[in-house]
Write a protein that binds this ligand. Structure first.
Ligand code: AMP
Length: 182
């Protein structure tokens, strides 16, 4: 497993914008609120620019963003890299034919869906989400993209909660990039 950690120095201006919200959405969860990164024009742009620089030579063909915060970072990155964007959504939201997968969350259980025709077989896909916690969500997204024929180039996160060891749940051949860790 190749993990690129970009914590050294520069992302401090992004990290300092992340707001801790205790006991959300449930007691005992310390929620890392990234809306305070998004509203900061320097931190938001910087997070996208850092990821774009890392992936610009990796021949990405699509970015698959995970609902909902993965849509925000994922679509901005797709625009910056000049590639297409694919939404991976909560059940019942995508209008056409879908594949579905269920998985465990840090706080509960959930399912994700992707359009079965979202990726042409063999195309190179980067998965993007705001945060890696227990890894269940990202693992489900990887499985969905593979199921419809995509090739996973990597998985990118703005934040990794290292103590939850989510990366251990991801496939061994998976390339992970994260900007910031807690
Ligand atoms: P997981 O499947 O446990 O890796 O959870 C990752 C997903 O849940 C991401 O889409 C995050 O946005 C969200 N999430 C889980 N835990 C947190 C947390 N402590 N703070 C913010 N978002 C979280």
């Amino acid at each position: 497993m190749v993990v690129t950690e970009m914590d050294n120095g520069i992302p401090e201006n992004i990290k300092s914008k992340i707001r801790d919200v205790p006991d959300f959405p449930r007691e005992g969860i310390l929620f890392k609120d990234i809306t305070t990164v998004l509203r900061d024009k320097v931190a938001f742009k910087h997070s996208i620019d850092l990821l774009a620089k890392h992936y610009e030579k990796q021949r990405i063909e699509y970015i698959a963003g995970i609902e909902a915060r993965g849509f925000i970072f994922g679509s901005a990155l797709a625009y910056k890299l000049g590639v297409g964007f694919i939404p991976i959504r909560k059940p019942g939201k995508l209008p056409s034919k879908t594949e579905r997968i269920s998985y465990d969350l840090e706080y509960g259980q959930d399912s994700l869906e992707i359009h079965t025709d979202a990726v042409e077989p063999g195309k190179r896909v980067l998965i993007v989400d705001d945060l890696l916690a227990t890894g269940g969500t990202a693992d489900a997204a990887i499985k969905l993209v593979k199921k419809i024929g995509g090739v996973i180039v990597g998985v990118a996160f703005v934040v990794e909660l290292e103590f939850l060891k989510g990366r251990e749940k991801l496939p061994e051949d998976c390339q992970i990039t994260r900007l910031i860790s807690f």
